[in-house]
Design a protein around this ligand. Structure first.
Ligand SMILES: Cc1cc2nc3c(=O)[nH]c(=O)nc-3n(C[C@H](O)[C@H](O)[C@H](O)COP(=O)(O)OP(=O)(O)OC[C@H]3O[C@@H](n4cnc5c(N)ncnc54)[C@H](O)[C@@H]3O)c2cc1C
Length: 394
């Protein structure tokens, strides 16, 4: 065991109790009917995001010198977990946390001074993260969006898909190819990250169109046609962007998994309350072990996933490699929450379909974690190849 690994410690109970309590208080003002109404109108939860920003929770990862609260990744994970465990959804605003891994580690001091205070105060929204493209999908290094250096600018051409919240964001973290694939040694070389100002680009080569989807993630398609952006908006070094995004992705996986854990907690709590209350055949349905067991199993799975994720966050904080735990945690959390969702849906019988119970909404929402930001197969291939040493498949 290395010295720093010995120093790793994980709290096993309700860590960050003040944060948990504070987030629950904020979320209490946004009950199920708020989310149902938003979904019916396909509207953005402006008031919810404003309340979270005002309470300082969205700026958790931004260092204090830039107006945030400079908390560790685990604290941010707790915030997202509690949002979801309260029946709310952080999907409207979590990107500003996800993108911090890349911006804080690789952004220049000028970029941090220019953007972070505004992001911390809520004046500036960094809620869009443009990686996925329609033709390359999960095969990220084949993405086709090009950024070509021209004097003090880069000129961008291409297309992104599934870019959540781009119509509710001022900035976008964008991954684009700066050196063509046939001119690089490694396919992961030649990709670069940009902090793009959406406000400057709209109508000048940047077009964003809403994409209707099963869950309220404000998905969009983004089109770039000769969009000119200042060269200063390049994050870190040209050509190293894939590495930066991968660095950030471990943080993203830990954070998104915390949302899955929060959902799982909500499903379990909701299912238990219902099966204890609902009487059929003159007894609570929860008295039937066939009803109890799936809920109990999902609870055990959720706790196991939570522990691996806490280890991932502790390793991240210690500056140790955390990819193995972040990936395993993501896999287990996305499956635990789905099992909890299924148990909750099944125990509600027909009422699981009634919108007023919120079970069907949360059930749809939590299905996403097995697909985005990375699908289960891709996580399994990471474990098979990188952790267990089986042959590379793609
Ligand atoms: C609601 C929502 C919000 C999103 N938000 C964003 C966002 O903000 N920014 C962003 O950049 N992206 C976003 N995404 C995109 C998301 O990250 C991708 O959908 C996801 O990574 C999968 O990519 P794909 O859809 O192209 O699937 P594909 O790559 O086409 O894969 C389809 C299926 O095939 C499987 N598969 C593919 N190749 C292999 C292989 N070699 N071995 C085994 N299985 C394989 C995959 O596991 C998957 O199940 C979002 C998606 C959704 C649905």
């Amino acid at each position: 065991m290395t010295q720093s690994a010995e120093l790793l410690s994980i709290e096993t109970g309700e860590d960050y109790p003040e944060i948990r309590e504070g987030v629950r208080r904020v979320c209490a003002d946004f009950p199920g009917e708020y989310w149902r109404d938003l979904e019916a109108r396909e509207a953005y939860p402006t008031e919810f995001v404003r309340a979270l920003t005002a309470s300082g929770y969205l700026g958790a990862l931004i260092p204090e010198e830039f107006g945030g609260s400079g908390m560790p990744l685990r604290a941010a994970a707790v915030i997202l977990e509690e949002i979801h465990a309260s029946g709310c959804n952080a999907g409207a605003c979590h990107a500003q946390m996800y993108t911090m891994g890349t911006v804080l580690r690789h952004g220049s001091i000028e970029q941090k001074k220019k953007y972070l205070p505004g992001i911390a105060s809520g004046e500036l929204r960094l809620q869009a993260f443009g990686v996925t493209e329609p033709t390359s999908g999960t095969d990220t290094t084949k993405l086709k969006t090009r950024a070509v250096r021209d004097g003090d600018s880069y000129v961008i051409n291409g297309q992104k898909v599934w870019t959540s919240r781009a119509l509710h964001s001022d900035l976008m973290l964008l991954l684009a190819r700066t050196t063509p694939l046939d001119q690089v040694k490694k396919k992961s070389d030649g990709l670069s990250v940009f902090l793009l100002d959406i406000r400057d680009g709209l109508g000048k080569g940047l077009d964003i169109r809403p994409l209707k989807a099963m869950v309220n993630h404000h998905a969009t398609e983004v089109f770039f046609e000769n969009l000119r952006i200042p060269a200063d908006n390049l994050v870190g070094e040209e050509g190293k962007g894939f590495k930066y995004i991968l660095d950030g992705m471990n943080a993203e996986r830990i954070l998104v998994s915390a949302e899955a854990i929060g959902d799982a907690r909500w499903f379990t709590k909701t299912a238990v309350a219902y099966v204890n209350e609902r009487k059929v055949f003159d007894r609570p349905i929860g008295q039937n072990q066939s009803v109890q067991f799936p809920i109990a199993r999902a609870h055990a799975e959720t706790d196991a996933a939570d522990l691996i994720l806490r280890r991932a966050a502790a390793r991240f904080a210690a500056g140790l490699p955390c990819g193995d735990d972040a990936n395993m945690g993501k896999l287990l959390a996305s499956e635990a929450t789905w099992h909890a969702a299924e148990a909750c849906m099944q125990s509600h019988g027909g009422f699981g379909f009634a919108k007023e119970y919120d079970v069907e909404r949360k059930w749809r929402e939590t299905r996403l974690f097995q697909i985005a930001p990375i699908s289960t197969n891709l996580v399994l291939s990471y474990i098979g190849e990188h952790m267990l040493g089986m042959p590379r498949s793609f």
